[in-house]
Design a protein around this ligand. Structure first.
Ligand code: CP
Length: 304
């Protein structure tokens, strides 16, 4: 394992499998009545969040606490960032407090790379701009493995706003490392120019891809990052790329439906599909805790 986890591309197949297998062991511990392990006692994990988050921030906090680390939660709102303090000075302040690992979410793609140059501890990317969200990809792969056993040769379809999605990029990188066949489906306006260099296929026809999918992962339409009209209307987007009841019926009987959250119910995914028995959306959140425990455990070198 590298010292930092900033991109899913940092992970070899062996690294990724080690994290997923460790997460399985930690999930077994989490089923016990006493879930806490002494593994990271005396270590300090800082959650440094410059962008809003529910799932990632809370699950990293829960993960660090279950491993007995001291946890410092920093949110840019209400901090000296509002007085103009720079990212570097914020990082050096955290360094002075003895951070062994900094879990960072930031609106700027690449910000965790800058942070890694300024601090001695490990940096974990919890989502940077439209770049990457590697621990989301790990928890997604963990969830898929639980349902499909082996990801080798499995057909994973990722649908929607790929252009603004750090989840899509990290998933394509990690899933291809793990041997899965990934297809991205999106309107041409919501695909990055560089998508031709990604290790995946691209389709514009969701209905054609559905019957061949073992997993369908719907992406949130990130309206807050859109500064132009990428599709004619929300209704038209839903009609062409939304997962509604009729499209759900075209999936193989054992296919699962995923979404990293938060969802736009009724837009990219119908409420009845999101709440169906084959949806893993809530399970993904639970798996986020054990997967992030595994990442912190392996980066900080604890012993189970
Ligand atoms: N999936 C995800 O990153 O969710 P949050 O923005 O709530 O952390």
């Amino acid at each position: 394992m590298n010292k930092h986890l900033i991109s899913a591309a940092d992970l070899s197949k062996d690294d990724a499998l080690l994290i997923l297998d460790t997460a399985e062991e930690l999930a077994r511990v989490s089923e016990r009545s006493i879930k806490k392990l002494p593994t990271l006692r005396g270590r300090t994990v800082v959650n440094l969040f410059f962008e809003d988050s529910t799932r990632t921030r809370i699950s990293f906090e829960a993960a660090a606490k279950r491993l007995s680390a001291d946890v410092i939660n920093f949110s840019a709102k209400g901090s000296s960032v509002s007085k103009g303090e720079s990212l570097k000075d914020t990082a050096l302040t955290l360094e002075a407090m003895g951070a062994d690992a900094v879990v960072m979410r930031h609106g700027a793609s690449g910000a965790p790379y800058r942070l890694a140059n300024w601090i001695r501890g490990s940096v974990v990317n919890a989502g940077d701009g439209t770049h990457e969200h590697p621990t989301q990809a790990l928890l997604d792969a963990f969830t898929m493995r639980r349902h499909l056993k082996n990801l080798e040769g499995r057909k994973i379809t990722i649908v929607g706003d790929v252009l603004h999605s750090r989840v899509a990029r990290s998933n394509v990188l990690l899933l291809s490392t793990l041997g899965a066949d990934v297809t991205l489906v999106a309107p041409p306006t919501l695909l990055p120019v560089s998508v031709g260099t990604w290790p995946c296929d691209v389709s514009y026809d969701l209905d054609a891809v559905l019957p061949k999918s073992d997993v369908i992962m719907m992406l949130r339409v990130q309206k807050e990052r859109m500064n132009a009209a990428y599709f004619p209307s929300e209704r038209e987007y839903s009609r062409r790329y939304g997962l509604d009841r009729d499209r759900f019926a075209k999936l193989p009987d054992d296919a699962i439906v995923m979404h990293p959250g938060p969802m736009n119910r009724g837009m990219e995914i119908a409420a009845e599909v999101a709440d169906s028995a084959r949806s893993t959306i809530v399970e993904q959140v639970a798996n986020g805790v054990t997967t992030r425990m595994a990442v912190l455990y392996l980066l900080l070198g604890g012993e189970i």
